[in-house]
Write a protein that binds this ligand. Sequence first.
Ligand code: NAD
Length: 500
Amino acid sequence: MLNGILNKDGTVQTVENYIQGQWVHSLATETVDVMNPATGQVIARTPLGTAEDVNRAVQSAKSAFKPWRDTPVIDRVQVLFRLKTLLEENIDDLAQLCTVENGKTLAESKGDMRRAIQMIETACGMPTLLMGKYLEEIASGIDCQAARQPMGVFSAITPFNFPPMVPMWFWPFAIASGNTFVLKPSERVPLTQIEFFKLAEKAGLPKGVLNMVHGGKATVEAICQHPDIQGVSFVGSTPVAKLVYEKATATGKRAQALGGAKNFMITLPDANMDLTVKTIVESCTGCAGQRCLAGSVVLGVGESTYQRITQQILDFSKNIIVGDGLDPKSQVGPVISKAAQERVKELIQSAEDEGATILLDGRKTAHTTGFFINPTVISGVTPDMRIAKEEVFGPVICLGKVSSLDEAIDWLNTSQYANTASLFTSSGAAARQFSYGASPGMLGINIGVPAPMAFFSFGGAKDSFFGDIKAHGQASADFYTDTKVTISRWVKDSNIWATS
Ligand code: NAD
């Protein structure tokens, strides 16, 4: 599969849009480089598509809607059952491709693939998820039914950090419920989804049901404004999430926009320390810290817990092996780009400038190619510092001290973000206080990355989520359908069935 990325003459391919079941050139005049973050090598180019590219993809999806909607749901999900099998058969190649374009380790790519496949498994349950409601005798001789109906063309705009999984939060559910779809993957990681689409075609998906258009800002704006798109899902940074939500809803579309994060992890004195330290470090440094559920600020409750957790986290982090994700020994890969690497370094510097102590400085790395940052541990972080407020999206662990669980919850609740938070404790009462009082939409108790499985719904609160219907699980049936109520009265003509 990797050999397929490069043209035979060694030049780099510009990826194509997928419209009406065909791979076609974009009308774009500009491209961006897709790079292997471990080497800095350009492996493909993504066209920055135009409004007309979007329009062609939408018209393709629109024309496929009627016959697809008329296909019984049990037949629609057969395509997804076949796609699941094809993805399982190709999981190693696809994980490798994900590592090459995103940088995460092979084990992490495999996990990403597993989560993607679980989305399909859950979407295969659409006959159950789609069920409506029925109540007989709402008045004398009158019954009422509420059916869920697909609405037409939906679209999703996705980020770079989970190339297999995040697009699958949307399109399997949208098409299983009878809609048609236009995906705009991240211009930095288009390759894995291209392979998914090829397998969807092989699984028998009719032409036009699923379309892909590549691009950046202009493409996204064209999606938000297109009159034939019923709803838009977005996952990415908060400023863009807010913009997409505003623009899509301004044209009357449904929208759900999942944004950035700043995730806190609280350690109480009664926590199982060895498990807690391992869980925290893996949360903060796994996927090079580029998870929306990555831990960022670790709060030790009380002086001795703070001292102990700081020392143990430091000791654990020093031994992490950083390297090319294709090397099975690597535990942490590179960040996505030179710009990301520079931004993380600048935030580490800001912490030092504002009075924190850099105990382990990941800016010093032995790697001379690619975009590596080693695990970084910073102590003495206080709520006013930039590093305590801004999303880092790098393998950086910030440690702060608080005197009580109340103070810890108050601190994390001041954040503009509210994606996730975790508590480490052996106290049920503390866990209950935390679940009740912490703002984030997804919480972990003795869990480092509390990612809801495909059959639950995913999404944060505050500036981490714009909208009201979250992603995947039962919420997907709500987002991708409109409810139609039919009230019926059937009057019996007593003569019709009379036997003589
Ligand atoms: P990003 O916002 O840069 O890009 C996301 C998508 O938006 C891409 O498809 C990109 O082409 C498009 N885009 C970028 N700039 C745009 C603009 N100005 N106008 C219109 N469209 C634009 O995000 P990213 O760097 O790819 O991903 C990392 C971010 O995503 C982090 O903030 C992370 O927390 C967030 N994220 C959130 C979740 C969640 O569930 N809340 C999940 C994954 C990632």
